[in-house]
Design a protein. Structure first.
Length: 566
């Protein structure tokens, strides 16, 4: 034993030194440039593409068109709302989705009201701390409609009485509709909506505290504006606890059809004071004549970085032809118009109209414009305006649609994430006009306009018949996109739409095949430092592209990592 101890004392330091030297060599070698391939496969980013059937019943299910159907939660989950059934017997459903693609409620979602009344116009935003706020329009007993707001905690339990808090008591037979939600910083929420009572009604807003108390009285606050039909209010936080809201005044075609439409706005403090005066602010007297009709993409509003807003809208610049153009304005919190008479995003020959607006991180904005060629062909272009309103990507913008294979691209939704310097986009593309085949597309750009994908984008969803993109959000906490769309693959009918979602990460998109063949890989600024996959090598399931993580469309995802009810 003594001899063994002596041998151990003499040899152990040498053995230990040898182990340390070898370990240092291995570590140093793995850290040298060119040794990245030695990193274990499981440490590399996993490709994620999870398609999620949210509701595929025999009822009609679809998202509303108010551009607030999905929200990112602070814990990395996502909240989604949609409408179930057909007018005049619709319900509103809620679902929460984990970063693993699992559903927190049963497939088909959680009905929010489930009354005999008609409910629609469902919108959602994240609670500043936990859970979500949901607002919707509900038919009341006197033939009108009212806006209700409900707070659901992180387990999906409603925290306010009944179906929710009535935002503002309806006057006479107001048909309150088209709500927009903005969370405050203390657990409450702002809601603005279109009263839709008569031609001179004003946009109304309400501030609810964390307990659902109406802080701006039973009737809420009117936002002002000139006489006329005021439509589609869009609201954002001002950065100091208050609210900015903008709308378009369509004027009154029965009084004077030649009156120009007006872009208007109001700034409320948290206590409801109208900081831009009783009548609000005229942002722009447009060159468009009074009208009764409008779409849900004629304007967009995003916050700047100084408690103000950037508003982008359709107009006629009178610079070239008599077709539609797109104009932008930055409005300071005191109502000052920072871009003079406004920046012309595009005023070229032909019909251009706004498709989407995405906030940048410097007070500027990304603007996506549709240049309409005919009924089945257009070109989507992305314009980047800096905080001074000047074009950063040139006055022609960056083309998103494929350079040669023209089709119909529209319905874009996107997000710019400053941490990754990525502009992420999804939209709808008409694949085949003869067969009425629409797909969901995706693309990415860097903040300086460099395309990271093949020209024309990547096909994200290509199922049978038509998929119509509604919205997408990006979660920094999860590192994932969530895209949602209306789907016709099951019924191929407008009477039985379904609602779907897909969770995607950048690693999945990095390894997708080109949408079109025959293009030059080194053309333009397209990133070519990626693995090429031929269509024959891509795993296909029921016509959909999937990689390692997928879920069969007819399987209900198991509940996983959803907060448990007490």
């Amino acid at each position: 034993m003594r001899l063994a101890a002596i041998i151990f004392q003499k040899t152990f330091p040498r053995v230990l030194l040898a182990i340390l030297v070898v370990s240092f060599i291995l570590v140093f070698d793995c850290c040298k440039p060119g040794k990245e391939s030695q990193v274990p496969q499981e440490e590399q980013e996993e490709e994620v593409m999870i398609e999620i059937p949210l509701s595929t019943t025999t009822n009609n299910e679809e998202f509303c068109q108010l551009n607030q159907s999905v929200a990112t939660l602070a814990d990395g989950r996502f909240g989604v709302v949609w409408e179930v059934g057909s007018f005049p017997q619709r319900d509103v459903a809620l679902q929460m989705i984990t970063r693993y693609g699992t559903l927190c409620f049963e497939p088909g979602g959680k009905l929010i009201a489930n009354t005999r009344s008609d409910e629609g116009d469902a919108v959602i935003v994240a609670h500043p701390f936990s859970g979500v706020f949901v607002a919707f329009s509900q038919k009341n007993g006197n033939g009108g409609r009212r806006i209700l707001v409900q707070y659901f905690n992180d387990t999906g339990e409603p925290m306010w009485p009944g179906d929710g808090i009535v935002a503002a008591d309806a006057v006479q037979r107001e048909a309150q509709s088209k709500p927009t939600l903005v969370p405050d910083s203390s657990g409450g929420v702002y809601v603005c909506f279109d009263p839709s009572g008569n031609w001179d009604d004003e946009v109304k807003c309400q501030h609810l505290d964390a307990y659902g108390n109406r802080l701006w009285g039973d009737l809420g606050k009117t936002a002002g504006g000139e006489a006329g039909l005021k439509v589609f209010p869009r609201a954002i936080r001002d950065g100091t606890g208050g609210l900015l809201v903008f709308w378009r005044n369509q004027r009154n075609v029965f009084v004077d059809p030649n009156q120009p439409m007006i872009m208007e706005g109001q700034h409320f403090s948290a206590d409801g004071t109208k900081l831009w005066g009783e009548r609000g602010k005229t942002v722009k007297i447009t060159n468009l004549a009074a009208s009764n009709g409008y779409t849900f993409r004629f304007m967009g509003v995003v916050p700047d970085i100084n408690s103000g807003a950037v508003i982008v809208f359709n107009d006629w610049t009178q610079q070239t032809d008599a077709e539609l153009d797109v104009v932008a304005q930055r409005v300071a919190d005191d109502g000052s118009l920072l871009w003079g008479e406004g920046t012309v995003v595009t005023g070229d020959w032909g019909h251009q109209q706004l498709d989407a607006i995405i906030a940048a991180d410097d007070g500027g904005v990304f603007v996506v414009v549709s240049d309409q060629l005919n009924e089945s062909e257009n070109i989507l272009r992305i314009y980047r305006l800096g905080p001074d309103g000047q074009h950063r990507w040139g006055t022609e913008g960056v083309r998103l649609s494929h350079p040669t294979d023209l089709s119909l691209d529209y319905g874009l939704s996107g997000n710019f994430d400053s941490l990754s310097n990525r502009l992420r986009l999804v939209w709808t593309r008409l694949k085949d006009s003869a067969s009425y085949d629409f797909d969901v597309m995706a693309a990415r750009f860097t903040g300086d306009g460099q395309s990271l994908d093949t020209p024309g984008g990547i096909t994200l969803i290509s199922a049978q018949d038509a998929q119509f993109t509604i919205a997408m959000v990006y979660s920094q906490a999860a590192g994932l996109w969530l895209a949602v769309w209306d789907d016709r693959r099951k019924s191929q009918s407008w009477d039985d739409l379904d609602v779907y979602a897909a969770l995607v990460n950048d690693a999945f998109l990095d390894n997708q095949p080109p949408l079109f063949t025959g293009y030059q890989e080194n053309a333009g600024s397209v990133n070519t430092n990626k693995k090429r996959i031929t269509p024959g090598n891509v795993p296909v399931l029921n016509g959909l592209l999937h990689t390692r993580l997928f879920r069969l469309p007819n399987q209900a995802p198991p509940r996983l990592r959803c907060p448990q009810r007490n």
